[in-house]
Design a protein around this ligand. Structure first.
Ligand code: 13P
Length: 342
């Protein structure tokens, strides 16, 4: 393991106010999103859609890294160029999702455990050879009556730490993603409590598995009330409580925090990230950036709908979201940006 390369890659991923584009939906997830818009759920449609994304002109001005899925990292453009090569040429570091999905956790009704550790060392080697320089693993935690349990949390945190250590051994920066889900009627305060507990447990495990904190990124949820909570929170309140929770739990050695969007609207995700940076950026030890999938892609996907005639408009919408989120990193995002497309 070359520690300096890991540190350099991690820093590059959050440099220059850029962020990550998550385009690593598994086939079932991608197909579900396609089905909602009447797009055929085939290998070829997924390839064409991912080609649309990676060939968006100017994407590298706002995006530092793109997270691919196993199918996608092996695919090529219509002209025969591997997606990884296209990204690298655009100044975007290719990354890869390496977990194999969340399954029911035995003896823990309502909780899941993310799988994928078996054979991971060999898969990481192959991904490195294919040009990937960072690797993502997502654990999911639902909030409910008595959930998440301590044992469920520990199992997921342990898996995250084992994957992170293996990734660093292979020269890939781990993007450690413990996601507290938005589903439910829990309050903002309850989400704060659970998020802090999750992050404490995750960093305990990362430390005991000897993960180099300077050579990783954290990909957490923002602290939000449940989707069906009767009291929703203002952008200011979300920014305050999220930063406070991160301050309490994330070591200063971690170079960057790249939020997932988790089903927030694209505009809200940008507005909340913006407020955090506007209020706190100068006081924070780590960069506050983004690693959104839906909050960058969804508007573009809705324009494209599988129709080649919509490709340029979809690319423009994708670029616009990337640009809005870069502005949010500087605390310069405004609602007016939504009126004027790039
Ligand atoms: P969302 O931004 O859509 O939550 O996706 C991020 C991600 O990578 C999920 O694993």
């Amino acid at each position: 393991m070359n520690s300096q390369e890991l540190v350099d890659t991690a820093r590059t991923l959050v440099a220059a106010d850029k962020g990550l584009l998550a385009m690593d939906e598994s086939n079932p997830t991608c197909n579900r999103r396609f089905a909602k818009l009447g797009i055929p759920q085939t290998v070829e449609s997924r390839r064409v859609y991912r080609e649309l994304i990676v060939t968006t002109p100017g994407l590298g001005d706002f995006i530092s890294g793109a997270i691919l899925y196993d199918e996608t990292i092996r695919q090529q453009t219509t002209a025969g160029l591997p997606f990884g090569k296209i990204l690298t040429a655009a100044g975007i570091i290719p990354g890869i999702k390496v977990d194999t999905g969340a399954k029911e956790l035995a003896a823990h009704p309502g909780e899941k455990i993310t799988e994928g550790l078996d054979g991971l060392r060999d898969r990481l080697k192959e991904y490195f050879q294919m040009g990937a320089r960072f690797a993502k693993w997502r654990a999911v935690m639902a909030i409910g009556e008595g959930l998440p349990s301590c044992s469920g949390l520990e199992a997921n945190a342990h898996a995250l730490a084992r994957y992170a250590a293996l990734s660093q051994e292979a020269g890939l920066v781990p993007v450690v993603e413990p996601e507290v889900l938005m589903e439910g009627d829990h309050s903002l305060e309850r989400c704060r409590e659970v998020t802090e507990e999750v992050l404490r447990t995750v960093f305990n495990q990362l430390n005991s598995q000897r993960v180099l904190l300077e050579g990783m990124l954290l990909k957490p949820n923002m602290v939000l009330p449940g989707l069906t909570c009767p009291t929703q929170a203002s952008v200011d309140a979300v920014a305050d409580i999220t930063v406070k929770s991160l301050w309490r739990t994330v070591p200063a050695a971690v170079p960057g925090i790249v939020f997932l969007s988790g089903g927030q609207s694209a505009e809200l995700a940008s507005a909340r990230l913006n407020m955090m940076n506007l209020r706190f950026k100068s006081q924070l030890p780590w960069a506050l950036a983004f690693s959104f999938a839906r909050a960058i892609q969804q508007p573009a996907l809705e324009i494209w709908r599988g129709n080649a005639a919509n490709m340029l408009a979809a690319q423009q919408a994708l670029l616009h979201r990337a640009q809005c989120n870069c502005a949010a990193r500087r605390g310069e995002y405004t609602a007016a940006m939504e009126q004027v497309q790039v």
